[in-house]
Design a protein around this ligand. Sequence first.
Ligand code: CP
Length: 331
Amino acid sequence: MTNDISTNDSRFPSGASAFPHTHLLGIAGLQSWEILYILDQAEKWVKLNKSKASKRDESLAGLTIINAFFENSTRTLLSFEIAGKRLGADVVNMHAAQSSIKKGETLIDTAVTLNAMHADAIVIRHGSSGAVQLISDKVDCPVLNAGDGTNEHPTQALLDALTIMRRKGNVEGQIVTICGDILHSRVARSNIYCLKLLGAEVRVVGPPSLVPKTLEAFGVKRYTNFEQAIEGCDVIMMLRLQNERMQGDFIPSGREYNFLYGLNEQRLSLAKDDVLIMHPGPMNRGVEIESSVADDAKLSAITEQVEMGVAVRMACLDILTRKARNTEGWT
Ligand code: CP
């Protein structure tokens, strides 16, 4: 499959001949046209993935991709694995629980070890913010951040943007409310960067202890009242309480949290009639979201987000390995 963006596409700078980044460490540092380019490329993989005949392309045949996950994952790990395989690559998964990390090997020694195996791309999830950047400095191939601590989860923000774009036609001008544990959420952080770059109005809401005031510096509107935050909005993005990253008590109880910040049908009626309901998963039903809302066949895009995740990760793997494949450039 060819890279079918031409340099006379007015959304992309005329002088650019290739995607100008070696790694995908975060949305911070990307420009809006770079995001739009990834999303544009993902569209062709959406079509391939929906195809009944064959879901296989051989663009990455002969390449080796290592997925090194130091934290649990269902969606991100499996979709990166499927993405690599659908592009014809050999994909190997390293689960930290069964690795020599358990014997005391350091993160840097692990990175050097993976590098010695001549991987063509390494996808990393790690519990510490900045760990993925650290590894990218030690290896010779592109590194893709699959979530690092509370820092960033760039492919999640990209797949969310693609989902909004496909459902709403555009991200620009949409009012997006992100609700929940903003403080500990790498999904929220990457989405705030991405949605602002693409021209959305972003509102954040949650218990005062979980919504940092410093976010206002990013042009985000901060609320502590859920009803006010979702009034008239186009998209509601619900987040899970990141209990594993909380030290101390940030909320009195799950029950009280649900009472104040749980998304139910009554609250949903405050948003626009065609509001899009999103959640990166995994969901805690009955805590941040009721099943009647999460499973709403018309308004919920939660399974579509998972579908877009495969396409976006195919686009990222394809774009970042072009240099190694000598296929750099738009066409
Ligand atoms: N959204 C997300 O990152 O899900 P997983 O933890 O299952 O990968």
